[in-house]
Design a protein around this ligand. Structure first.
Ligand SMILES: [Zn+2]
Length: 316
């Protein structure tokens, strides 16, 4: 039987009908803007259109923010405040007639990479998504780590620099504050001001710098752009070295927009892990790019969708 995974983001809702083999059979998009009633209506509409004419066993929503998974509620979602506090299982169940559950978006993406992506041959996976923020998910022995309340696996908010810049969560020097796309852009602007003659400096004088500019200029050989990515990679590696010691994973998969920078960021991260984490964990672990791109959340959510009995629709 098929399942539906719904990626609910700050601007859009993307619902996908997924087969048990992880094939995306159909996908539908709606905006996520507007009041709560409109949001529910659009999610329900996306689900019904995605599943039209197919037998659907269950639906799982991948949502950014802190989730109470047992209650299927989002308690805090800075980029999607309208979804907070809604009893999603009941409200969407009533509108779609389907069993609806909720998962953190990074956990869902981690599960997607584990079931269908770069982590499909391992049992112990740490997943990081580097975008505007840093999301994380941990799979140990084939099980998604959720913690006591479903709020576990927030790898982006581990402190890696005690006096570092303020993070969106209120703390200072989180991995997110040092290695996210936002952090890279902030550092790029600083270096552009310090080195006005670099390609980075020249571009920043002409127009606003974007994260992808840094990657492109690094590829073109600009030393300042390369240094920005190198520094982010070092911070990433400091974070990952800790995760390697704690979880002893076979693989660390890195996705999100920043991962487009590839080895400019992964190589320094691998070096830090070799320097800082312990043997035998550091000898085993492979640090590589995630393979599903933006589809990981939707595919992972579908693989986490459950029948009313509690069984996963796509098996597992
Ligand atoms: Zn934080």
């Amino acid at each position: 039987m098929n399942a539906i995974g719904v990626d609910v983001g700050g601007t859009k809702i993307a619902a996908g009908l997924v087969s048990s083999g992880g094939e995306l059979l159909r996908s539908v998009r709606y905006p996520s803007s507007g009041p709560p009633e409109k949001l529910l209506e659009n999610i329900a509409r996306a689900v019904l259109e995605a599943g039209e004419g197919s037998e659907v066993g269950g639906v799982c929503l991948a949502v950014p923010g802190f989730i109470l998974s047992k209650e299927n509620k989002v308690i805090f979602s800075p980029n999607l405040r309208t979804i907070e506090g809604i009893p999603l299982k009941e409200e969407l169940g009533r509108r779609t007639g389907l069993n609806v559950t909720v998962e953190n978006d990074a956990n869902a993406a981690a599960w997607g990479e584990f079931r269908f992506g770069t982590g499909r041959h391992v049992d112990h996976l740490v997943f990081l998504t580097l975008g505007t923020g840093v999301g994380g998910g941990v799979i140990i022995g084939g099980e998604l780590l959720r913690g006591a309340q479903g709020a576990g696996g927030e790898l982006g908010h581990v402190t890696i620099q005690a006096t570092g810049p303020r993070c969106n969560c209120g703390n200072r020097g989180c991995l997110e504050a040092m290695a996210s796309g936002t952090a890279i852009r902030r550092r790029a602007l600083e270096l552009a001001a310090e080195r006005p003659d670099s390609a980075l400096g020249q571009l920043a004088a002409e127009r606003d710098l974007l994260g992808e500019d840094v990657t492109r200029l690094a590829r073109e050989g600009d030393e300042a752009a390369r240094r920005v990515l190198e520094e982010a990679g070092v911070w990433l590696g400091i974070g990952v070295a800790g995760f390697v010691n704690v979880f002893n994973p076979e693989m660390v998969a890195v996705g999100g927009g920043v991962a487009e920078a590839g080895d400019f960021i992964l190589e320094p991260a691998r070096r830090e892990v070799q320097l800082r984490s312990m043997s035998p964990s550091r000898d085993l672990v492979e640090i590589r790019l995630a393979s599903l791109g933006v589809r990981s959340g939707m595919l992972g959510a579908a693989a986490l969708a459950r029948h009313p009995s509690g069984e996963c629709v796509l098996g597992g």
